[in-house]
Write a protein that binds this ligand. Structure first.
Ligand code: GDP
Ligand code: IMO
Ligand code: MG
Length: 423
């Protein structure tokens, strides 16, 4: 039996979807524990690209139960859209997706508040406008709507409209928009009805699997630097994407988890606002974006790109307790004659290798780099570590020794099998 967690080690979009899809071949269950439709996880079914937002990436694997855990904020409208897409792709999901009754629900009111918050401030977070923050606010304010509330249709409608009127009276939403939002609420109600059949005691399902020694995969969304506790606050999401979130988001103690796999890109990207020490505004940044096709899977926004930040990665290893690392998109570095890794920060002459020291004023730090030779050749087709160019091995070994966690998988392309296993 193995319980494995796959966690984003950076600012999201590290390639978690690909790795979960790969590992789910061995899994009996894949469970999401936080976030919602802000996630965009790319998986390939043959040549066909599929982007999953709320449904766990294990859905493409036969006989794999998919759990949407209590720590998630679930949007029924987006979910129905996603299910339609799965139908069109011929994916058999019926009976395989299970929603925790105590997961919270994102309504059109939350999405609208999120959108308005982003519009009316000059301190934008650059959210995905999927209503994530406002839904978690209601959860922690103990006035949220939970998945189990979808069953009581009349009361649900009352609750959502009450929340809309509260948003209007408190100035969060202009009164002029009430009519439009009421129309969206009608669609929300119809979609909500259609997902009720997925509600299940997922807690028991999960723990039955644990007792029967089955293989469970836990799928993180977003990344550690977007964690509301440890990330670049306030430029974060509103959940705990790091491994600590698993315990509360599924009701599964971390002592049960055997492997915690940190997914890192071989360079760094970030979508939305907030500090990013190794960001490149030059030709190299553009090269990463072009070769790495760095455009958001959820919003289509252009991703900010930069060198690998080993100071950040080490911090992430400490927070998550990664037992191993998967390094993705190493193939994108094929195009760089010289490659840099950030090995320290300098803030007005104060140097450190510890991210926590500057986590609240990260925009002021300047990265200290170590330069590596590029390998100037394509990694396509390589399936064994020994066949990697020496320069690539040096790059990998340096990261391992700096962050103090072993790299066990290297990904060199978007396809399921473009992978190198290290012993
Ligand atoms: P996630 O949110 O962590 O699942 O990552 P995204 O799906 O948002 O973004 C990762 C992107 O990189 C997707 O387009 C993947 O298909 C692609 N990808 C994943 N691994 C690799 C890799 O090793 N090489 C290349 N070239 N692309 C990859
Ligand atoms: P996956 O799972 C990258 C970012 C947004 C914004 C901040 C807050 O695909 O890695 P939110 O809508 O969550 O309130 O936005 O978090 N963000 C992500 N960035 N990948 C994601 O998910 C993200 N989910 C949220 O861009 O900066
Ligand atoms: Mg993504």
């Amino acid at each position: 039996m193995s319980i494995t967690a796959v966690i984003g080690g950076q600012w999201g979009d590290e390639g978690k979807g690909k790795i979960v899809d790969l590992m789910s071949r061995e899994a009996n269950m894949v469970a999401r524990f936080q976030g919602g439709a802000n996630a965009g996880h790319t998986v390939y079914r043959g040549q066909k690209k599929i982007i999953l937002h709320q449904v766990p990436s294990g859905i493409l694997t036969d006989d794999c139960k998919c759990i949407m855990g209590n720590g998630m904020v679930i949007d029924p409208v987006e979910l129905v859209e996603e299910l339609k897409m799965l139908d069109e792709e011929g994916v058999n999901y019926k009976g395989w997706i299970h929603i925790a009754p105590n997961a919270h629900i994102v309504t059109p009111v939350h999405k609208y508040i999120d959108y308005r918050n982003e519009q009316k401030t000059n301190k934008k977070i650059g959210t995905t406008c999927r209503g994530i923050g406002p839904a978690y606010v209601d959860k922690y304010n103990r006035c949220g709507i939970r998945a189990l509330d979808l069953k009581d249709f009349k009361n649900l409608k009352k609750q959502v409209i009450k929340r809309l009127d509260l948003a209007i009276s408190s100035g969060q939403i202009p009164a002029d928009d009430r009519k439009n939002i009421l129309e969206e609420i009608e669609i929300f109600l119809i979609n909500s009805k259609s997902i009720i059949y997925m509600l299940e005691d997922t807690f028991s399902m999960l723990h039955d699997m644990v007792s029967c020694d089955k293989n469970i995969l836990i799928e993180g969304a977003q990344g550690t630097m977007l964690d509301v506790n440890h990330g670049t606050y306030p430029f974060v999401t509103s959940s705990s994407p790091s491994s600590g979130g698993i315990t509360t988001g599924l009701g599964l103690p971390l002592t049960k988890v055997n492997r915690i796999v940190g997914i890192f890109k071989a360079y760094t990207t970030r979508v939305g606002k907030g500090p990013f020490p190794t960001e490149l505004d030059d030709n190299n940044g553009e090269k990463f974006r072009k070769h790495g096709k760095e455009f958001g899977a959820t919003t289509g926004r252009s991703r900010r790109c930069g060198w690998f930040d080993a100071v950040e990665a080490k911090y992430s290893v400490q927070i998550n307790g990664f037992t191993e690392i998967t390094l993705t998109k190493l193939d994108i570095l094929d195009h760089f004659p010289e490659i840099k890794i950030c090995v320290g920060y300098d803030s007005n002459g104060v140097k450190t290798k510890q991210m926590s020291k500057f986590i609240s004023n990260l925009s002021q730090v300047k990265p200290i780099y170590k330069t590596f030779n590029g390998w100037n050749r394509s990694l396509v087709g390589i399936s064994s570590y020994k066949d990697l160019p020496q320069e690539a091995k040096e790059y990998i070994q340096f990261i391992e020794s700096f962050v103090k966690a072993p790299i066990r998988i290297i990904s060199i392309g978007p396809g399921r099998d473009e992978i190198i296993h290290l012993d």
